[in-house]
Write a protein that binds this ligand. Structure first.
Ligand code: GSH
Length: 302
């Protein structure tokens, strides 16, 4: 009964005439103007954004034949990149001697992930797919001589680090420590943006890490996983100078990038613990750094 009387009280015609009467009044006209202005501003910004996007692409397409435009986040204050995937790709480009230029205007591409590249007018994303593509394109520039079993070990180590160890680092960096250390590792611009977006950024990341599973562990448990994986990495490395061979292979790019995050981009106590307990990994990291990042100090944000 109540429902029916409420329905009969609702007359669309009456609502419309109320609205149009209001719109004809002085305040109604003012609201209309504001709404129109906001809509025009929105359209204008969208058109301008598209134009800037088009201009950027024109510029990137002129980078030169076979020159990679590497789109990634800005440099960190104590390491070249706080994205392990971007650092892996940039390290690979250096290892393979592929010419590249860096862009930080649009660090996330069509899949909304960093890194991505523009290469001979083509856009590609995902560090693994990009490395595979470039390896084919440049005719296996690293000249690796690995057996299928060694490739399998390399792949397993890489997945362990890229898909698991790094989630423990992210959990520590952003959720457990609530960005207290990592904030200072970002460039000025990113620090400003992160502070502005903190509540949204934090709750999104917390939810993602919870869904993945890492976010359900205590700090002790998360660090247990991380350190156990570093020990496994050290066991695979053994006495060799590089992960699988006397010469670096593609897998070393991934190992180096993740170790960089662990040592330089996680937390001071983690860095101290790793330096005290994983000497072989620290020496390995130094070896890769000296070989491929002689300009490490220059590749740092203020
Ligand atoms: N599988 C991808 C992972 C890339 C990735 O997750 N990048 C992170 C930065 S470390 C990112 O773009 N995150 C932004 C987001 O997910 O919104 C790759 O290897 O390139």
């Amino acid at each position: 009964m109540v429902h029916r009387s409420a329905m009969s009280a609702f007359r669309p015609g009456a609502v419309w005439s109320g609205v149009s009467e209001c719109a004809r009044g002085e305040s109604g006209r003012r609201v209309g103007k504001v709404l129109l202005g906001a809509a025009l501003l929105g359209i204008g910004l969208k058109v301008y954004g598209r134009y800037r996007r088009y201009q950027r692409r024109q510029r990137w397409n002129q980078a030169g034949k076979d020159v990679v435009v590497l789109h990634q986040f800005e440099r960190g204050t104590n390491c070249p990149n706080l994205s392990p995937f971007a650092l892996k790709l940039e390290t690979f480009l250096r290892m393979a001697g592929i010419k590249y230029v860096v862009d930080t205007d649009e660090p996330q591409g069509s899949r909304d992930k960093c890194p991505w590249i523009t290469f001979n007018g083509q856009e590609l994303s995902d560090s693994e797919l990009i490395i595979d593509f470039l390896t084919q394109h440049f005719g296996k520039p690293l000249k690796e001589k690995l057996t299928p079993a060694e490739h399998a070990v390399g792949r397993a180590v890489q997945v362990m680090l890229d898909e698991h160890a790094i989630t423990a680092v992210g959990y520590k960096r952003y959720v457990i420590d609530r960005c207290s250390y990592i904030m200072g590792c970002f460039s000025k611009k990113y620090r400003f943006m992160l502070r502005l977006m903190m509540p949204i950024f934090f709750s999104r990341l917390k939810r993602i890490l919870y869904i993945i599973g890492m976010g359900r562990f205590s700090e002790v448990e998360a660090m247990f996983f991380l350190y156990r994986e570093l020990r496994a990495l050290e066991d695979v490395l053994g006495d060799k100078p590089f992960l699988l061979d006397n010469k670096p292979t593609t897998y070393d790019a991934a190992v180096f990038a993740v170790l960089t995050q662990v040592i330089y981009g996680c937390a001071p106590e983690v860095e101290r613990y790793v330096r005290a307990n994983y000497d072989a990994l620290v020496q390995y990291h130094e070896r890769m750094k000296d070989k491929y990042w002689p300009d490490w100090e220059r590749c740092r944000a203020e």
